[in-house]
Design a protein. Structure first.
Length: 426
């Protein structure tokens, strides 16, 4: 680890507003959930033959999406929304209350799925998760009410919050259905909509939107057009709306759903075009954390192409195809994006908390010295060994390969946890 000291380091722009203790607790809880997810994955591999809807895989899916990805997103947004939209967070206190409702709910929900407590545990803890999400949305809504201007990132955040609301409502309906069965024949359509909303409407749109702010910030890119970003936003939202209408209103007509899915695929390609434009306009070389983000975009495109194969009926009868595609989206696209930005943001926030008010008054460590650069390099190798192996293991329904890949990914997440601990103690 570099021990360079400086008196002239400028205070970062990513965290001008709000208290830093609030996002930290979300980041630590998320990393704990990520470790737990990878520790449980090799155990769940024994249930591969039971399909994607086996309770243990539902537990892992919710631990990944709610305990890891959404937990990080909440913590980051409590810090980024005030900066991006130039308003103060409405209530730190509400964010702290939300944390406990949400965290207890997520762990209880995952545990209920894991142990097969579908009729009692899932509805109860699902309600706690919903309460936490409602508190989050209230906090964000009152914060957004004071916004005077909005950019492309802000538009994506607003859209993501709308879809997140529908994600929570559909998820709560599914949780209650385990006890009452009120959805009847609509349960599979509701489940598909819940999946589309969570993975594309909430997390993907959020990551895409935030990347338009963080990518140029970390690479000093400027002078590029946002035309492709606008096209991607329009196509992505139209495609998602089309899928929801198809499944929830029109009775899932195949041609309609394929057309809506194609719009999302085109949105992915438009986003890729925007990333290329930003990359060409950069003034700073890509560091290792940004290579995580770029690799995640690559995985997103691979997932989109696999989705096209799915639409064409290739792999449609294979349970393993759905397993693999889901793993690639959740771990290859969503998780790798988050890890890359977290390697930049977390040390940034720690540095600001510890040394921000000392800049210019006394020597302080250089921000780049907060984490040994060998850690993100090692993590990058481990993630990109584990993710393709896990995807292949799922597609082949091979429990041995899934276990081995899970252990590699557990090591990768362990490296992330070590890096975060190192930054915290720097």
């Amino acid at each position: 680890m570099n021990g360079v000291m400086t008196k002239t380091t400028a205070a970062p722009t990513i965290a001008k507003e709000g208290g830093l203790n609030l996002p930290f607790r979300y980041f630590w809880a998320a990393s704990g959930s990520f470790l737990l997810l990878m520790a449980l994955l090799p155990i769940a591999a024994a249930s591969l033959d039971s399909g994607v809807l086996h309770p243990r895989f539902l537990a892992l899916a919710h631990l990944a999406v709610l305990g890891w990805a959404t937990m990080v997103a909440m913590g980051a947004l409590f810090q980024l929304v005030p900066v991006v939209l130039e308003v103060t967070l409405w209530s730190d206190l509400l964010g702290r209350w939300q944390f406990w409702f949400y965290t207890i709910g997520v762990l209880g929900l995952a545990g209920s799925f894991w142990h097969g407590r579908l009729g009692d545990g899932v509805p109860f803890f699902g309600l706690l998760v919903a309460v936490g999400i409602v508190l989050f949305l209230i906090n964000v809504a009152f914060t957004l009410a004071r916004v005077k201007k909005i950019d492309m990132t802000g538009i994506h955040i607003l859209a993501a919050f709308l879809w997140f609301t529908l994600t929570a409502l559909s998820g709560l309906a599914l949780a209650v259905n385990f006890r009452t069965g009120f959805l009847s024949e609509a349960v599979l359509a509701t489940l598909r909509g819940h999946l589309y909303l969570g993975l594309w409407g909430w997390l993907s749109l959020l990551i895409i939107g935030v990347s338009y702010k963080l990518f140029p910030m970390f690479t000093l890119a400027h002078g590029y057009s946002l035309r492709a970003a606008k096209v991607a936003f329009s196509l992505g939202n139209m495609g998602l709306l089309g899928l929801l209408l198809g499944d929830w209103v029109l009775g899932s007509p195949p041609a309609w759903n394929r057309a809506a899915s194609l719009l999302i695929v085109l949105a992915v390609f438009s986003y890729g075009k925007q990333v290329i434009a930003m990359s060409r306009a950069r003034l700073r070389p890509f560091g290792v954390p940004m290579k995580y983000a770029l690799t995640a975009v690559f995985y997103l495109h691979v997932a989109a192409l696999l989705g096209v194969l799915r639409m064409l009926g290739l792999g449609a009868s294979s349970e393993g195809f759905d397993f693999g595609l889901g793993a690639l989206v959740i771990l290859g696209w969503i998780s790798l994006s988050i890890v890359g930005y977290l390697y930049k943001i977390f040390p940034h926030l720690v540095w600001l908390k510890k040394y921000g008010d000392k800049v210019g008054l006394e020597p302080v460590p250089a921000m780049d010295s907060m984490v040994d650069e060998r850690l993100p390099r090692a993590g990058f190798f481990l993630f990109n060994a584990g993710i393709p192996a896990l995807t292949l293991g799922f597609m082949l329904l091979n429990p041995v390969l899934v276990r081995l890949a899970g252990l590699v990914l557990l090591a990768a997440v362990g490296v992330l946890a070590v890096a975060m601990t190192q930054a915290r103690r720097a």
